[in-house]
Design a protein around this ligand. Structure first.
Ligand SMILES: [Zn+2]
Length: 373
C-alpha cells in the first residue's frame, strides 16, 4: 500500500473536519455576540404564534434550531465539495457530482437538525424540571436515551430489512460456534445491507445481554472466513466488556462538565448580550459554543478510552481465535480500505484516532505469535 497517499488523504480529511468545526463555531460566535440570536429568537417566537398555544414552545425551538443548522450546513458546503473533489482525485475519477454532494449535505442537514432539536428539547425539559441542576439531569437523560438507542438500533435495522442472514454456510457455522463460546449465544451476526453500509467494516450494537454484530457487504462477500472470524471476535470483545455502556458513562460525565460550564457562561456573562438566563431561546448559541469548547477540549480523553477498548478487543480476538496470521491479514485489508496511516504523529493520534495505529496493531499480532512459538 502507498503510505504517502494514505498520509495525504488522512491529512486532507482532518483538515476538512477542522475547517467545518471552525466555520460552525464562527457562525455560532457571530450569532451569539451580535443581536442576531435575539432577532432569530423573536422571529421564531412570532412564527410560532400561528400554532396552538401548547405547541408554540416546540415550534419556536424547532424553527430557531432548524435555521441555525441549515445556515451551518450552507457554510460547510464549500468544505464538503472541496473534500469530495480531493477524494475523487485520489480514486482517479475525474468528475465530482456536485448534485450528489448537495444531496448528501441536505440529508446531513435534516438528520443534524432533527438530532439537535431532540437534544435541545431534552436540555429545556431538564431546565424546566431541575432548575440550577439542569445540566446533571440533562446528562442523565441523554445517557439513558443513548443506551435505549443502542439497544434498539440492531433490531430496528433488521426489522426494516437493512440486514441479512449470512449466506455462506461455513462462515455462518464458524461464527455461530464463536458466538456460542464467547458471546453467550445472544449476539446475532448479520450482513448490513443499507446503502451507506458498503465497504469493509464491522460494528457492534446492543447493551446488556443481547446484541448484533453487523458486517459490511465487502467483508461478508470477499474476505476469507478466518479473517471475518477474527473481526467478529474483536467486536464480541466490545460486547462482553460492555464497551458501549462504558463509553456512554464517560460521555455522560463529560456532558455534565460541558453543560455545567455552559450554564456558568450564560449565567455570568449572558446579561451583557441581553440574555435572560439559560431558558432564553436566544441563549442557545452561547450555550452551544461553551459546551462545544469543553467538548473539544476533552476529546483526547474520549479517544484515549476508545483506543484502550480497541487494544483490549485486539488482544481478546487473538486469544480467542489464536489466529495471529488471519488477524494480520484482516488488519492489512482494513488499513487499505480506509487508507489508514501506519505511523501517524503523536499529536494526530491524540487528537483524531479512535484506534491504535496500524503498525502497533500489527506488532501486537506478531508478538502474540512469537509468544506462542
Ligand atoms: Zn473495535
Amino acid at each position: 500500500m502507498n503510505e504517502s497517499k494514505a498520509t495525504r488523504y488522512q491529512r486532507l480529511r482532518r483538515r476538512a473536519q477542522l475547517i467545518s468545526a471552525a466555520t460552525g463555531a464562527a457562525l455560532l460566535l457571530l450569532v451569539a455576540l451580535t443581536p442576531g440570536a435575539q432577532w432569530l429568537a423573536r422571529v421564531a417566537a412570532n412564527q410560532a404564534l400561528a400554532w396552538p398555544a401548547s405547541l408554540q414552545p416546540a415550534i419556536a425551538l424547532s424553527l430557531f434550531v432548524g435555521a441555525l443548522v441549515l445556515a451551518a450546513e450552507a457554510v460547510a458546503f464549500p468544505v464538503s465539495l472541496y473534500a469530495a473533489t480531493r477524494g475523487r482525485r485520489r480514486s482517479s475519477q475525474t468528475r465530482v457530482d456536485v448534485r450528489s454532494v448537495m444531496a448528501s449535505q441536505a440529508r446531513d442537514a435534516v438528520v443534524g437538525a432533527v438530532v439537535v432539536i431532540g437534544v435541545v428539547a431534552v436540555l429545556r425539559v431538564a431546565m424546566g424540571a431541575a432548575g440550577g441542576w439542569w445540566w446533571a439531569v440533562a446528562s442523565a437523560l441523554l445517557a439513558g436515551a443513548s443506551l435505549v438507542a443502542m439497544r434498539l438500533i440492531g433490531r430496528g435495522l433488521t426489522a426494516t430489512g437493512q440486514t441479512l442472514a449470512l449466506a455462506r454456510p461455513a462462515l455462518s457455522e464458524a461464527l455461530t460456534a464463536l458466538v456460542a463460546r464467547i458471546g453467550g449465544g445472544l449476539v446475532d451476526v448479520r450482513e448490513w445491507t443499507s446503502p451507506d453500509a458498503g465497504g469493509a467494516r464491522a460494528v457492534v450494537t446492543g447493551v446488556g445481554g443481547a446484541g448484533h454484530v453487523l458486517l459490511g457487504r465487502d467483508m461478508v462477500r470477499d474476505w476469507a472466513d478466518d479473517e471475518v472470524v477474527v473481526v467478529v471476535a474483536h467486536e464480541l470483545s466490545h460486547h462482553v466488556h460492555h464497551d458501549l455502556a462504558r463509553t456512554v458513562a464517560l460521555d455522560a460525565s463529560l456532558w455534565c462538565a460541558a453543560l455545567w460550564c455552559a450554564d456558568r457562561v450564560v449565567v455570568l456573562w449572558g446579561g451583557r448580550v441581553g440574555l435572560q438566563g439559560v431558558m432564553d431561546l436566544a441563549a442557545l448559541p452561547m450555550l452551544a459554543l461553551a459546551a462545544g469548547a469543553v467538548w473539544g477540549l476533552v476529546r483526547p480523553l474520549r479517544l484515549a478510552q476508545s483506543r484502550a477498548h480497541e487494544r483490549r478487543a485486539d488482544r481478546f480476538a487473538l486469544e480467542q481465535t489464536g489466529n495471529a496470521e488471519a488477524f494480520g491479514r484482516a488488519l492489512r485489508r482494513l488499513g487499505e480500505q480506509h487508507l489508514a496511516e501506519e505511523r501517524p504523529s503523536r499529536w494526530t493520534r491524540w487528537l483524531f484516532h479512535r484506534h491504535p495505529p496500524l503498525d502497533e496493531r500489527l506488532a501486537l499480532g506478531r508478538d502474540f505469535s512469537a509468544r506462542r512459538q
